[in-house]
Design a protein around this ligand. Structure first.
Ligand SMILES: [Zn+2]
Length: 345
């Protein structure tokens, strides 16, 4: 966990989920395992971490329905410093799978009484990464859990987990925060202008995590990703190389760029076919969309979109994100600045 404040009060949306978790805490009857499931990028891990801090806090504050970790006790301080002796996170090794050895290592510690908090907690931030052997080992653990252990699993799709494992968990569905809640958060917490907050919300397709990441990538940047759609930027090789240089080795930044370009091309296509502002996400960019739509055929847009898909598929191949971004941007730039003959439709 990071050192940033991370109580429930900092979570955007998720009121129902938080109410359910608090109710379970207030009754003092925690399940041995919880499964938080719902779309990627909506804040499930933030909710889980606030919940874990609460159930391990030594001096929680507020009435049960509004309970929060105190932020000051030894347990909370260890969480803030990432040194909690009773908290274990099972991340996939080499960003691929969680192995049975990781579960066995956990099993070796979990039977012992917690050192600091009243319970030990295991967090599995992406349970879909458990390989079959690991999932079966975790299932064994959940069949006879030590009384002081709580497991918190997170997954985008519970259907992709071992059904027997899911049946051992109290499943809590997490709904995405509303558009208003995400935009309000971007304005109030990150100090963005309302137009900028809305543009980021659109770019991140309504997902709070990617929206915040995009805001941070854009921070202090003279060129925002939204400018890539401007004819003066996409036609300027130097500007595109600068943008790629800022991506550097950051895979996440590459992901944000690819996501933005995909949405932009989607808009170009929708604009080309309909010229209906109600059908595009960037309704405030009609003259830029027209410029693109006039220069690209439907086949061009489709080719460029497939190219982006290939870029995205290559992300695990240890390619340099900056070079990948350069190639993708220059390819698009070339196609749009040297249009081929348009089909007559
Ligand atoms: Zn505390």
């Amino acid at each position: 966990m990071t050192g940033a404040p991370s109580g429930f009060s900092t979570v955007v949306g998720h009121a129902d989920t938080i109410a359910r978790l608090r109710a379970s805490y207030a009754r003092d009857r925690l399940a041995a395992a919880y499964l938080l499931h719902g779309d990627d990028g909506i804040g499930k891990r933030t909710v889980a971490e606030a919940w874990i801090r609460l159930i391990q806090c030594l001096t929680p504050t507020g009435p049960p329905a509004e309970a929060e970790a105190c932020g000051a006790c030894a347990s909370c301080r260890h969480h803030a410093a990432n040194t909690h002796p009773d908290f274990l996170v099972l991340e996939p090794q080499e960003a691929t799978v969680i192995t049975v050895d990781q579960i066995r290592d956990a099993q070796a510690v979990l039977p012992y009484r917690p050192l600091l908090a009243s319970r030990r907690v295991v967090l599995v931030p992406d349970a879909s990464r458990l390989n079959l052997e690991a999932a079966n080992a975790l299932l064994k653990l959940l069949e006879e859990p030590p009384p002081h252990v709580v497991c918190v699993l997170i997954a985008a799709q519970r259907e992709r987990l071992l059904p027997t494992l899911v049946s051992r968990c109290q499943a809590v569905r997490c709904a995405p925060p509303s558009e208003g809640a995400v935009i309000d958060h971007l304005i109030r917490r990150l100090g963005l202008a309302p137009d900028r907050a809305r543009a980021l919300f659109i770019r991140a397709q309504g997902h709070i995590g990617p929206a915040i990441e995009a805001a941070q990538i854009d921070d202090d940047d003279p060129l925002s990703l939204d400018d890539v759609g401007a004819p003066s930027t996409i036609a300027k090789t130097v500007a595109l190389l600068d943008l790629a240089a800022r991506i550097g080795k950051d895979q996440q930044a590459l992901k944000t760029l690819v996501a933005w370009l995909s949405l932009w091309l989607r808009d170009v296509l929708a604009w080309k076919i309909t010229r209906d502002p109600g059908r595009v996400l960037h309704a405030d960019r009609q003259s830029d969309l027209t410029w693109w739509a006039d220069r690209l055929s439907i086949d061009d847009v489709s080719d460029l979109a497939s190219g982006l898909h290939a870029v995205w598929a290559s992300r695990h191949r240890n390619l340099n994100p900056q070079l990948v971004a350069e190639v993708a941007l220059l390819h698009i730039s070339c196609r749009v600045t040297h249009p081929r003959r348009q089909e007559t439709a």
